[in-house]
Structures are given as structure tokens and as C-alpha cells.
Design a binder for this molecule. Structure first.
Ligand SMILES: O=C(O)CCC(=O)C(=O)O
Length: 242
């Protein structure tokens, strides 16, 4: 990943800080997109064969895919995110999603409430422990989620027709929403469809309400989703992938 991403203008940083999400200027060259697409698609193919399942994505990529680790940790990426958010960030989790005709899903409106940690350690304010792909996950206090952001790099053109992310601007400002409150927020606020071209990217806060529809014209919709934090965890907890 050699070419420097363009520095987003003040408008992008203000939109992100106000609305909880923003599209970034075109991010990847065609060569960079092609190399990452190949690497992630091969890895997905291997895991699909191993699980005998049409998996729609991959987890733990900071650990299992060196190219993702390099990209997520590169000063260029971190500088860009620090410019947009005004925060010092470090990557803590990376996922890959690929909606295809064989793996075409609907994601209901939700906030991203869980983080992956190295080991289960009971700590006040941390609840809802679960295991995903063998890794302990937990819901941290809202303050930790409020400091986080996700970078979503698009490896295909993504439109309303192939399952783009839909978001409710500023919905992150209400903190963690009770499940019963989500339908009211969705019904009373306009949504935005995040159509992003291949090589483009967006940033979003995990507490931003988001959803995605199944593709009506299913084609690949490959997204590398990298989450960043701003602080170490308290009470002996450690980020799984940091
Ligand atoms: O990419 C998608 O379709 C959904 C992603 C999502 O809901 C998430 O990252 O929580």
C-alpha cells in the first residue's frame, strides 16, 4: 500500500464529528484494490472450504492477514483517521464482508456494541460475554465505544442495489440505545444510504445506528471493516488484536 491517501478536507472531518459517519476521498489505487481483493478472497475461499460453508466474511484479520495488519497500522492510514477524528487511534479488530448471490444477508438496525478481548476478565461495566470464532467478546461501557471508529474500505462499487450500508445520521449521540428505542429512532429520523465506489472508504462511529439490505442485484460487495480504539482497556482487560 504505497500511495498516500489524499488528506480529507475540513468538511469531511466536520461531517464525521457531527453525523457520526463520513465518506472519505477515493482511497486506493486500482492495483492496491486488486491486490487486497485477491488476498482476502483467497483467504475467504480457504476458510469456506475448511468450514464447508458459504461464509459471508472473515474475522480476526489483523492477526491472520499480514496485508491487513500493515494497512491498518500504517502511519498513512492512522494519520488519515487522526485527521478526520481528531483522536490518536490504534486498530483493534478487522473483519471482511462479502455479500454475493450465495451469501446475501439482511442486517437489521443496530449499534456495534461488542469488542474482542484477549481473555475474559470480569470488570465493572463490562457485560454480555460471548465467544465468536473462539474469541471472547464483551459489551464495554458506552464511553469506550464512543471513542472508537471504524474504517470501511470498499473493494467493489457499493450501491443501494447491492446492499450498501444504511445509517441514521447523529444516532450515535444518544449513547447505547435500549433495543426497544431503536424502532422509534429509525421511524423518526431520515436514513442515508452509503453508496461508496470501489477504492473508496467511509468512517463511522460504532454507536451509529446502521443496517443493510440484501442485494437486489447480487454481485460481490466486498468491504474491509477495521475498528480503531483510542485507549487501552481497564481492569486487566486487553484488546484481542492490538
Ligand atoms: O456490511 C454490512 O452489511 C453490515 C456490517 C455491519 O452491520 C456491522 O459491521 O456491524
Amino acid at each position: 500500500m504505497n500511495s498516500a491517501p489524499p488528506t480529507p478536507g475540513v468538511a469531511v472531518a466536520s461531517a464525521f464529528q457531527r453525523d457520526g459517519f463520513a465518506a472519505l476521498p477515493p482511497w486506493f489505487s486500482e492495483e492496491e484494490c486488486a491486490a487486497l481483493t485477491l488476498e482476502l478472497s483467497q483467504l475467504l475461499g480457504v476458510q469456506q472450504l475448511a468450514s464447508r460453508n458459504k461464509l459471508g466474511g472473515l474475522r480476526n484479520l489483523l492477526r491472520i492477514c499480514p496485508a491487513v495488519g500493515r494497512l491498518a497500522n500504517s502511519p498513512k492510514t492512522r494519520d488519515l483517521l487522526e485527521h478526520v477524528s481528531g483522536q490518536t487511534v490504534f486498530p483493534v479488530r478487522a473483519l471482511f464482508f462479502d455479500k454475493t448471490p450465495a451469501a446475501n444477508w439482511r442486517v437489521p438496525w443496530h449499534q456495534d456494541l461488542t469488542i474482542a478481548v484477549a481473555q475474559k476478565v470480569e470488570c465493572p461495566g463490562f457485560a454480555g460475554w460471548s465467544l465468536k470464532a473462539g474469541i471472547p467478546h464483551v459489551q464495554p461501557p458506552a464511553a469506550i465505544l464512543e471513542g472508537m471508529l471504524a474504517l470501511r474500505l470498499h473493494l467493489d462499487d457499493c450501491t443501494a442495489e447491492n446492499g450498501a450500508l444504511r445509517v441514521i445520521p447523529r444516532s450515535h449521540l444518544g449513547g447505547k440505545l435500549l433495543p426497544g428505542a431503536i424502532p422509534r429512532v429509525v421511524a423518526t429520523n431520515p436514513e442515508v444510504v452509503c453508496a461508496i465506489p470501489r477504492g473508496g472508504a467511509m468512517v463511522m462511529r460504532p454507536l451509529l445506528l446502521h443496517a443493510s439490505s440484501p442485494a437486489t442485484h447480487p454481485a460481490h460487495r466486498r468491504v474491509l471493516h477495521i475498528e480503531y480504539a483510542t485507549a487501552e482497556l481497564p481492569g486487566g482487560l486487553k484488546w484481542f488484536d492490538a
